[in-house]
Design a protein around this ligand. Structure first.
Ligand code: ZN
Length: 151
């Protein structure tokens, strides 16, 4: 900040919080082709607010944080939606069906892939809706397995 020629509160704030990548998720969550229940789950995923196993363990609700779909690693948002073998198989099938590899290593990178693709605006909206539906159904599958193991 000592190198600043002119003092600016906005510039000081930016330097204090560091440079961050601009999140372009609003187009995704509020895409008019994405169903409302899909939007809500996607919004929770982006905010990392879903009650995943690791979070529940930290709250002392459960003892086992392993992913319920694969049982290989701790269930985190990134693992559940982008690294779990179940999710990877599902996203690969959907990518083949859509003839576009829309899934990245995170929800942000997936959105970026779609937004920056050479597609029409409507095609991008459809791809964003498919991404939202995929995340929603992975979450449903996880909850189905979760409910079976708890009973
Ligand atoms: Zn898994």
């Amino acid at each position: 900040m000592a190198n600043m020629q002119k003092f600016s509160i906005q510039e000081c704030y930016r330097k204090l919080i560091g440079e961050s990548e601009k999140v372009n998720w609003r187009n995704f969550v509020w895409n008019r082709l994405t169903l409302p229940e899909h939007r809500f789950i996607c919004w929770l995923v982006m905010k990392e607010r879903l009650n995943i196993a690791l979070r529940l363990r930290r709250m002392g609700i459960i003892a086992d944080p392993l992913c319920r779909l694969c049982g290989l690693l701790d269930e985190t948002h990134i693992h559940l939606f982008f690294n779990c073998p179940f999710s990877l198989a599902m996203s690969q099938s959907i990518s083949n069906w859509m003839q576009f590899d829309m899934f990245g290593v995170s929800i942000e990178s997936s959105i970026r892939k779609i937004i920056t693709s050479r597609r029409s605006r409507f095609q991008k909206q459809v791809l964003l809706a498919v991404l939202g539906a995929t995340i929603y159904f992975i979450w449903l599958a996880r909850n189905d397995v979760w409910n079976c193991k708890v009973c």
